[in-house]
Design a protein around this ligand. Structure first.
Ligand SMILES: *[C@@H]1O[C@H](CO)[C@@H](O)[C@H](O)[C@H]1NC(C)=O
Ligand SMILES: *[C@@H]1O[C@H](CO)[C@@H](O)[C@H](O)[C@H]1NC(C)=O
Ligand SMILES: *[C@@H]1O[C@H](CO)[C@@H](O)[C@H](O)[C@H]1NC(C)=O
Ligand SMILES: CC(=O)N[C@H]1CO[C@H](CO)[C@@H](O)[C@@H]1O
Length: 414
């Protein structure tokens, strides 16, 4: 019986030859402390690493991501378990909670090695750090929320100005939160999650509504859901999606031409933020399939893009993992815009052309416009000042010297 089963299995393998070619994994950091402020001394002590930092639970979330990736890609020998740097590329947002999550994950994948993690400065990172102050977004925020000049100027510096508006607006429709102080509602959610004492009005029913408020805040910051706007999404996840598409196309080209120069990394992982995950899912048309209605990405939510060779044809598989403790991946290949419904895979030419209005190779320009060659910084102004003063001096000196010459001539005649 067993032998028969085995031979059927082997025959199946021969006929359905499949090989994994490359993997891109994108995940959010694990559980963190509140970002804006704590609502109690108890909370301040509990989140001992400080505002916005990864908690111990968050570290464990990172390890679980590592276990999923290890079981799927290291144990199967897709990646060399000794960790070869020419097989992997790991990049994290420079935010400490993302770096720590990435490190927790790869420590599980390669316990006997120290895999290198790349990162770049926050302001320069258009791949993994969302930008909120693009003029097109600010203009939109001003219109949607009817911001005064003063509020608008605050919004340029601090996105909370805008997300608080979205929270207030969403609260108008709630039952339990309508008249409450909502300034630290996202802190209350995390503190209740951690089992800490919260005000008595913040009970389970209020919590449920608060989750919707938080979703509205994430939506306005990412340009998704009720605040859907491809122009806001593009400068956020546009480069990440573009990069993944290009890598997939290049890999297919190099396989079909037999020339892979330079050799390409098989496994790429990115640690990033919920806003980026939300924008990425919206771009692909799978936000609701992945998250459910009116929900934002959980800690360590994980999107995986696999490129396979199936019976001689390249195919893409898009997988998602919802909750931080889960290890099962759901297959969303058939939900991606352009891809065939209910199919296990998506054809690469369909997949990489699914989302043109959401991608960009130059998010800086999309956000801030083309660079001005005559950038008027303080040095330029100083130089102009010096030139003006010098010109005036020369003019005055020449005038004086002309007058002096005339006087000399007059004197000589006498
Ligand atoms: C993968 O390999 C590790 C290390 O050898 C092992 O501990 C783990 O149980 C394996 N996972 C599965 C699903 O077999
Ligand atoms: C916008 O705000 C101004 C004053 O701040 C107010 O006069 C005006 O009615 C508001 N417009 C809308 C559409 O709410
Ligand atoms: C509040 O509810 C009304 C009526 O159902 C709806 O039109 C409106 O869009 C809702 N507002 C928000 C912010 O969800
Ligand atoms: C939605 C979707 O495409 N689901 C597919 C995911 O892959 C499994 C097999 O791995 C298929 O059975 C599903 O149809």
């Amino acid at each position: 019986m067993n032998a028969m089963f085995l031979s059927i299995f082997l025959i199946g393998l021969v006929f359905a030859e499949s090989e994994l070619l490359s993997v891109h994994a994108v995940f959010r950091h694990g559980a963190r402390a509140p970002i804006e402020d704590f609502t109690s001394e108890e909370a301040k002590h509990h989140f001992y690493r400080g505002l916005g930092q990864l908690t111990d639970e968050g570290v464990e979330h990172g390890r679980i991501v590592g276990r999923i990736l290890r079981d799927r890609y290291v144990n199967t020998s897709f990646l060399d378990k000794r960790m070869l740097t020419n097989e992997i590329y790991l990049r994290s947002s420079g935010s400490e909670r993302c770096l720590m999550t990435m490190n927790a994950a790869i420590d599980v994948m390669f316990p006997n090695a120290i895999p290198p993690v790349q990162t770049i400065a926050r302001d320069d990172d258009f791949l993994l750090i969302p930008k909120y102050n693009c003029p097109v977004m600010l203009k939109g925020y001003k219109e949607i929320f009817n911001l005064t000049e003063k509020e608008f100027n605050r919004a340029k510096k601090n996105i909370w100005e805008v997300s608080d508006r979205a929270i207030e607006r969403a609260a108008e429709n709630t039952t339990y939160l309508k008249d409450k102080d909502l300034s630290l509602i996202s802190s209350l959610i995390l503190e209740k999650d951690a089992g800490l004492a919260v005000p008595s009005w913040f009970d389970d029913k209020a919590y449920k509504e608060a989750e919707f408020l938080f979703f509205s805040a994430i939506a306005v910051m990412s340009g998704t859901g009720p605040y859907y706007n491809p122009e806001w999404i593009r400068p956020k996840s546009g480069l990440l999606l573009h990069t993944i598409f290009e890598n997939i196309k290049n890999r297919i080209n190099c396989i079909s031409s037999g020339e892979c120069d330079p050799p390409m990394k098989k496994f790429v992982a990115y640690a990033t933020h919920d806003i980026m995950i939300m924008a990425l899912l919206e771009s692909l048309g799978i936000r609701e399939a992945a998250l459910g209605i009116d929900s934002s990405p959980e800690f360590c939510s994980l999107i995986i893009f696999e490129l396979w060779m199936i019976d001689g044809a390249p195919q893409v598989k898009i997988l998602y993992r919802r909750k931080p403790e889960e290890t099962t991946l759901i297959n969303l290949s058939g939900n991606v815009r352009n891809c065939q419904e209910n199919a296990e895979y998506c054809a690469p030419e369909k997949f990489t052309t699914c989302c043109n209005q959401f991608i960009t190779s130059n998010p800086r320009e999309v956000c801030y416009g083309a660079p001005n060659p005559w950038k008027m910084n303080s040095l330029v102004w100083l130089l102009i000042g010096i030139i003006v003063v010098l010109s005036l001096l020369i003019l005055i000196i020449s005038l004086i010297s002309i007058r002096f010459k005339k006087q000399c001539k007059v004197e000589l005649k006498h």
